[in-house]
Design a protein around this ligand. Structure first.
Ligand SMILES: Nc1ncnc2c1ncn2[C@@H]1O[C@H](COP(=O)(O)OP(=O)(O)O)[C@@H](O)[C@H]1O
Ligand SMILES: [Mg+2]
Length: 326
């Protein structure tokens, strides 16, 4: 029989719109039922889960954003459109960050309910933290969870050295937010919004910052505006007031090292791996560095170890990523 913990998790995941977790718990219950000899119940749950998964697949295909969202004209040089299938469960996050992101995703799924009470979902999010910790991946996951296109703003195209031109290009991007609902991602936003901009009152940098702030203020589209920075300390203070939530990313704690490796190496048996040793060796590596080490180790395992991923192979891969020139 399902445990009360399982039931609570199911209800929670249903409320959060986390269909993946909901189905995973249902599958667990079916497996437990089978172990306990309740074959009919296990069968029935599996049939239901199978049907739900099929429905989910069809919905994903049907909700694939049409090419109406494909940027045309000048916009095409200012944003790159992608249609991520990434889910939030693909991103290894602290439970605090995960909960906050799931709440924001839910606000968008249930924006009609909020609208009935005159409320809006939060749309402007600032992601900050060191490189390779999952900021861009989060932007893709939010788009994937909401079935929205991800428009990555190409700052090289937006920022020009000609007076006033940057503002005109930014306007094109902000106009697009009205026309095509999506996740608009300003990666490395410090390039647009550094403090130096405000301190230096003659430069184009200040003009650029001011127009960015103004567009952020005026925006009333249904799109999400995500900005990411590796250098929060460089951002102008005025930027922070424009964002409705700031999410901080950091290098991974030891249990995340393990989670990322396990997630990245599903084809290998990792039972023999000495995790404390691996986590110590991985200290200082970003999540992206750990993913890269996992891929190195997988290649070595296949080519040198007949497909066995030993603790030694993994340790060597992590060390080499940690000290690439040794
Ligand atoms: N928190 C994470 N969980 C799982 N994989 C991650 C995480 N952070 C980074 N990665 C891996 O590293 C790659 C690059 O990370 P990215 O999101 O671009 O980092 P950032 O934008 O913070 O610099 C991702 O595509 C993913 O493979
Ligand atoms: Mg990034």
């Amino acid at each position: 029989m399902a445990s009360s913990r399982q039931l609570i998790t199911m209800i929670r995941s249903h409320a959060a719109g986390d269909e993946e977790r909901f189905l995973a718990v249902a599958e667990h219950i079916a497996a437990d039922a089978l172990k306990a000899g309740h074959h009919r119940m296990a069968d029935e749950i599996r049939t239901l889960v199978g049907a739900l998964r099929e429905e989910q697949r069809e919905r994903r295909v049907a909700s694939k954003p049409t090419m109406i969202a494909a940027p045309r004209g000048e916009l095409a040089s200012l944003v790159r459109a992608t249609y991520p299938e990434t889910r939030l469960s693909d991103v290894v996050l602290t439970s605090d960050v995960e909960t906050r992101l799931r709440r924001i995703i839910r606000e968008h799924r249930e924006r009609n309910l909020l609208a009935e009470k005159g409320l809006n979902p939060r749309r402007k999010l600032l992601l900050s933290g060191p490189p390779g910790t999952g900021k861009s991946l989060t932007a893709a996951a939010i788009a994937g969870e909401l079935g929205l296109p991800l428009f990555t703003v190409l700052l090289d195209g937006v920022i020009t050295k000609f007076m006033g031109e940057t503002a005109a290009k930014l306007r094109i991007v902000f106009d697009a937010m009205q026309g095509a609902r999506g996740v608009y991602f300003f990666d490395e936003v410090d390039a647009l919004a550094t403090r130096r901009g405000a301190e230096n009152d003659i430069g184009e940098a200040r003009r650029m910052l001011n127009s960015f702030l103004q567009f952020l203020d005026e925006d009333s589209s249904g799109s999400l505006i995500l900005a990411a920075t590796n250098h929060q300390e460089l951002l102008d203070r005025a930027i922070f007031r424009r964002f409705e939530a700031t999410i901080s990313y950091d290098l991974p704690p030891p249990d995340h090292v393990r989670r990322i490796l396990v997630q990245r190496l599903p084809q290998f048996d990792l039972l023999g791996v000495s995790w404390p040793e691996i986590s110590t060796a991985a200290e200082g590596l970003s999540q992206a560095g750990i993913v890269a080490a996992a891929d190195d180790a997988a290649r070595d395992a296949v080519l040198e170890e007949k497909g066995m991923l030993t603790s030694e192979v993994l340790l060597r891969a992590v060390r080499e990523r940690r000290h690439p020139d040794r």
